[in-house]
Ligand binder design. Structure first.
Ligand code: ARG
Length: 292
């Protein structure tokens, strides 16, 4: 089998420094308030990721942190942006509820329009993943199934609902990563890529995080997907960010590096161990601003 040639496309990311990061409550199985967090190390790890994106030619915007929200470093949860349209978040837990307004304010202040205040609980890109043809949408722990219809109507893209069943993988982005959106554009492209010359979307995921029906849906949509095993999933290996060629993922997800290389991707291992104590890694701290 020939290894495909992968081209990166320049991306626009939103990150929030972990200035006030701490684990003072527990809303997912990874969070243990008794485990100390090394804030200086968290900062260094976060900066390393931000600088890596910039070195790869991507734009990184910084959202000013807010002292009331220790989980704000997980910037992917604050909104979903597709074709420049912003669907705000509505958090499931009181501890994070107020973050949504801070994000919405930032988008309005930076010229984004429209910015929709959602009716139903959705935790942004934690549960929405974007391909050229679809929005893949997680449910079961955080985002309401009702948010799926809301997103479909707002973004005019068909939503594929996926049921998460393992509390360790409480957000879709802890169990699935879009490596290539397909359609030849970052998140854009024609509705049916295969018939219009664009490529099909490529993903990697951990089947154990999904219900039997959702596993079958994923197998049908992505027959060539990279399937991750339990150890790499537990190392947050699916919580990765791809620009179409470079895949930034936790260093500890060692089993994913070779399969990614075989598919023509360039894996880049990152160390975000301090942020994993909050239940997130590379993708959780990276919101993608899909401007077109
Ligand atoms: N402590 C945060 C929470 O439980 C972590 C969020 C991780 N973000 C993500 N996109 N999965 O809400």
């Amino acid at each position: 089998m020939r290894t495909p040639r992968r081209s990166p496309t320049p991306r626009h990311y939103l990150m929030c420094p972990p200035t006030y990061f701490r684990v003072s409550y527990s809303i997912n199985p990874w969070m243990d308030p008794d485990k100390p967090v090394d804030l200086a190390l968290a900062h260094a790890q976060w900066e390393d990721l931000r600088d890596r994106y910039r070195a790869l030619g991507h734009t990184v915007e910084e959202l000013p942190p807010h002292p009331a929200f220790p989980d704000m470093v997980f910037a992917a949860n604050g909104a979903t942006v597709v074709d420049g349209r912003v669907l705000g978040a509505r958090f499931a837990f009181a501890e994070r509820y107020g973050e949504a307004a801070v994000h919405a304010e930032w988008y309005r202040g930076h010229g984004f329009a429209p910015v929709r205040e959602p009716q139903h609980v959705n935790e942004g890109e934690g549960d929405f993943a974007v391909t050229a043809s679809w929005l893949l949408a997680g449910r079961g722990f955080r985002s309401s199934p009702l948010s799926h219809a809301e997103a479909q109507e707002y973004f005019a893209r068909p939503v594929i609902g996926l049921d998460l069943v393992d509390p360790r993988y409480y957000h879709l982005d802890t169990a699935l990563c879009v490596l290539d959106p397909g359609g030849g554009a970052p998140g854009g492209g024609p509705a049916v890529p295969s018939r219009h010359g664009g490529g099909a979307a490529e993903v990697m995921y951990y089947p154990g995080a999904f219900s039997a029906g959702s596993r079958a849906v994923l197998a049908r949509l992505f027959p060539g997907a990279l399937i991750a095993g339990p150890a790499d999933a537990a190392a947050f290996g699916l919580n990765a960010v791809s620009d179409g060629r470079h895949v930034l993922l936790p260093q500890a997800a060692v089993g994913l590096f070779e399969p990614l290389r075989e598919r023509g991707y360039e894996p880049i291992g990152m160390d975000l161990t301090e942020l994993v104590k909050g239940g997130g890694s590379v993708k959780c701290v990276t919101g993608e601003l899909r401007l077109s």
